[in-house]
Design a binder for this molecule. Structure first.
Ligand SMILES: [Mg+2]
Length: 431
């Protein structure tokens, strides 16, 4: 397929496109651009190694096409995930040509946290002074009236581990009785949608499988829709739930369960030639063998690299904590010297996945979360209203520190409102 065609396809898929997919594409377009060849890229007149029929992209076309793609990458959190793209002089020039004026931190080196503030993005951010308000009394009903759809994080918002937050089932059930759509959006990759629906029902919530968006399911959807791997195969470092969700969307896997040690030659492990991607999530059988196998797959050309989420610690009752899947992902990233694309919050894919299945209007959605860097960040970056509950890990002081910092990339972690508990919504719903 020619490059121009690919741009068009890519553009059409924008609601589901992810930063790394765009980055790969942009870098590829740029490699074909005659004015600014990257030292490692082939000469523009040489046939592209992956696509000998690829077309040149005229600089003006590139500018026109880059602008909407790059606007899509805001805010800064997402930009951070694409250092490769931002390193490129041609991309920077294209941004300036496209009239995207504002950059902070012009350090463009490897793994630099580049902050990009677009005025277009800023326009739909409220001034931070009006944010982080306590939601109580007369403020509750107008907020609920202003939304049709409520997205809820699970752990820390409606339950803690196996223990339900008092009043949460009544709130969710009343929201539904009041005609709101309710969705459960969680980074936990240990359960399928079905398992979540069962847990929700057992705890007294009126919920169905279709309303659950967890990272086991969303990773499978990401590999299917964004990576086009339906019918393909992945190397899975993950849970049985992830395996089930992959299989449910027609993606085969190898790797689930323990990997017996075979230390004769670590560089000569059996690799499945059909594997096109490595997917990393929560895996209780994680081992050196698996780490090594992932590295061998990721060293192969064209192997995609996807992670469920970057949470490194999972808080439990009584101040206890266990390592999160982000630790396993970092181990694989370190070994492979590559960065994975993550699917979970704050990546917008979680919302995009939901929005591709249900008709939702962003500014009539409320994201309720207990973590500023995942839940609230997702809500802000998708243009949703945001509400922090204080029954999880983040505090008002954390939110205020982000607000006071004056740093644009931290304002997405300031919620519009906060409540002590989701149960604080109950009086307005009962009244
Ligand atoms: Mg949570």
């Amino acid at each position: 397929m020619g490059l121009r065609m690919q741009w068009k396809t890519c553009y059409k898929k924008l609601p589901l496109a992810a930063p790394w997919a765009l980055e790969r594409f942009v870098c590829r377009a740029e490699a074909l651009h005659p004015e600014d060849p990257h030292p490692e890229d082939p000469h523009p007149e040489d046939p592209h190694p992956e696509d000998p029929h690829a077309e040149y992209l005229h600089p003006e076309d590139r500018t026109l096409l880059l602008k909407p793609l790059l606007l899509r990458l805001s805010p800064a959190q997402q930009v951070t995930q694409t250092p490769g793209l931002w390193k490129r002089q041609a991309v920077r020039s294209s941004l300036l040509d496209a009239g995207i004026p504002e950059f902070q931190n012009k350090e463009w080196g490897e793994n630099q946290h580049v902050t990009w503030e677009s005025t277009e993005y800023q326009e739909h951010m409220e001034p931070s002074g009006s944010k982080c308000r306590r939601l109580s009394g007369a403020l509750v009903k107008p907020l609920l009236d202003s939304v049709d759809c409520v997205l809820l994080d699970c752990d820390g918002v409606i339950w803690r581990g196996g223990q339900v937050i008092p009043g949460a089932p009544q709130v969710i059930n009343l929201l539904k009785e009041n005609g709101k759509r309710v969705f459960f959006v969680t980074n936990n990759s240990t359960k399928t949608r079905r398992m979540y629906a069962d847990k929700l029902a057992a705890l007294g919530f009126d919920a169905s499988e279709e309303e659950v968006f967890g990272t086991a399911y969303c990773s499978a959807m990401y590999l299917k829709t964004v990576c086009g791997l339906e019918g393909g195969k992945v190397y899975l470092i993950g849970s049985p739930a992830m395996r089930q969700e992959l299989e449910a969307v027609g993606i085969r896997q190898t790797g689930a369960g323990p990997d017996p040690i075979d230390p004769t030659d670590w560089t000569d492990v059996d690799l499945d030639p059909e594997v096109k991607a490595v997917l990393v999530g929560f895996d209780e059988h994680f081992s050196y063998m698996k780490l090594n196998r992932a590295l061998q797959y990721l060293s192969r050309q064209g192997c995609l690299f996807v992670g469920t989420n970057r949470d490194t610690r999972l808080p439990l009752e009584g101040g206890k904590t266990v390592p999160g899947p982000g630790c396993l992902l970092q181990a694989v990233e370190t070994a492979a010297q590559r960065q994975a694309q993550t699917v979970g919050k704050p990546n917008q894919f979680m919302f995009d996945c939901l929005a591709s299945q249900f008709h939702v209007t962003r500014d009539r959605c409320l994201m309720v979360g207990a973590r500023l860097d995942t839940d609230i960040m997702l809500g802000s970056s998708c243009g949703l209203k945001t509400l922090l509950t204080l029954t999880g890990v983040s505090t008002v002081a954390d939110a205020e520190a982000h607000q006071r910092s004056g740093r644009a990339e931290r304002q997405g972690m300031v919620p519009d409102y906060y409540v002590e508990s989701i149960a604080d919504l109950l009086p307005a719903l009962q009244g």
